[in-house]
Ligand binder design. Structure first.
Ligand code: NAD
Ligand code: MG
Length: 362
């Protein structure tokens, strides 16, 4: 047990995860903020409130990491923009608390290789992956049968494809169980988020895609399960509140207290599960295919999805046009593995270019 205060570099400090992380850090004397970064929003107030020396708005995230020398990097940036920071931490063996799933999905094998070389901790902040990590802790690999990631199903669960043609941005942003940033909220409505999480789980836990299942669980109380070879399954339960996985990662391995209430069964609780509808939500199928193909297909899936989601949020395409745009881009990329970051960035840019071709000029 260490009594040192853990100095955290918080990247994406103004976002949904960033703000909840600041709440967790403020409530825990063992945690402090050494560095704050955001995309474009001012950090003046946050920096003053948390007495932070290193602050950066925009630019190359590895600069603030180099300058601040954190004990732990919390990557809560959204999208491919977080790749440099993820690789920086993994390569150096600096503990990485990862919310920015897109970076692990896109960098894939390069990230895993950097993680192996660096030899540090990679602690998932994504609730499902934090749950899997906790169910797996201390178990021998050969005893694991498969993983089950739960999905809320988003706001459009049980809608017909015809219904989906007319859904608005506002409806897509109204998530039934989680309050999150706009990009991941749209990804949750299309199930692209669960697709990204499937690929994320593959790289985090080293299991083949056939051994990672996705199941719809509307109340989001069971975050994930691990099935074992003897027929037993361990589940992780809790109210949907990101402060729990954030705190777990930031205080690992101490699992310090949070203000999140214990589960209450006296009010009644039913746990329902159903298979995902891959006809209405093809992005989950496309993610599984991209993951199975490997190389830079996952990177291309992520890049095309980022372009499509941004276009949907801007009102340039409809909800049901997101998946075809991604599918089309995936059909055109070469998907060859990236040997280094330069090639990875090229694969990302090529998929963005191909996805952008289907959009009318602004
Ligand atoms: P958000 O949109 O609320 O916040 C994103 C943050 O990233 C902002 O601070 C923004 O300024 C910053 N950012 C964007 N581009 C940047 C750049 N180029 N350089 C530096 N900073 C940049 O998003 P969010 O909901 O907090 O999600 C953040 C990440 O966490 C995403 O990868 C998301 O998938 C993942 N995640 C979020 C939740 C959730 O509950 N919000 C749950 C699981 C995983
Ligand atoms: Mg998640």
């Amino acid at each position: 047990m260490t009594t040192d205060v853990r100095r955290i570099a918080l990247l994406g400090a103004t976002g949904s995860i960033g703000r909840q992380a600041l709440e967790v850090i403020s409530a825990d004397p063992g945690l402090s903020v050494g560095a704050l970064a955001s995309g474009s929003q001012s950090l003046d107030e946050l920096a003053a409130a948390h007495a932070v020396e290193h602050v950066q708005v925009g630019g190359d995230l590895t600069e603030i990491l180099e300058a601040s020398e954190p004990d732990l990097v919390l990557n809560a940036v959204v999208g491919f923009a977080g790749v440099g920071a993820t690789l920086w931490a993994l390569e150096r063996g600096v503990t990485l608390a990862l919310a920015n799933k897109e970076s692990l999905v896109a960098a894939g094998d390069l990230a895993v290789a950097a993680w192996k070389r660096g030899g540090g901790l990679l602690l998932p902040v994504d609730s499902e992956h934090s749950a899997v990590f906790q169910c797996l802790e201390g178990r021998a690999t050969e005893t694991v049968h498969s993983l089950v990631l739960t999905a809320s199903g988003g706001p459009f669960r049980n809608r017909s494809f015809a219904d989906l043609e007319s859904v608005t941005v506002e409806e897509a942003l109204a998530h039934p169980t989680w309050s999150m940033g706009p990009k991941i909220t749209v990804d949750s409505a299309t199930l692209a988020n669960k697709g990204l999480e499937l690929i994320e789980a593959h790289y985090l836990f080293g299991l083949e895609y056939e051994r990672i299942e996705v199941v719809v669980h509307p109340s989001s109380v069971v975050h994930a399960l691990v099935r074992f070879r003897d027929g037993a399954a361990l589940a992780h339960l809790g109210y949907p509140d990101m402060r729990v996985p954030i705190s777990f990662a930031l205080t690992y391995p101490e699992r310090r207290a949070t203000s999140v209430p214990a589960l209450d069964f006296t009010a009644g609780m039913t746990l329902e599960f159903e298979p995902p509808d891959l006809e209405c939500f093809p992005l989950l199928r496309l993610a599984r295919e991209a993951g199975g193909r490997g190389g830079t297909y996952p990177c291309a899936f992520n890049a095309a999805n980022e372009v499509a989601v941004a276009a949907f949020l801007d009102g340039r395409i409809g909800f049901v046009e997101i998946a075809p745009l991604v599918e089309d881009a995936l059909a055109q990329v070469d998907g060859a593995p990236a040997r280094d970051v330069t090639e990875l960035v090229q694969a990302d840019e090529e998929a963005r270019r191909l996805a952008g071709r289907r959009l009318a000029p602004v």
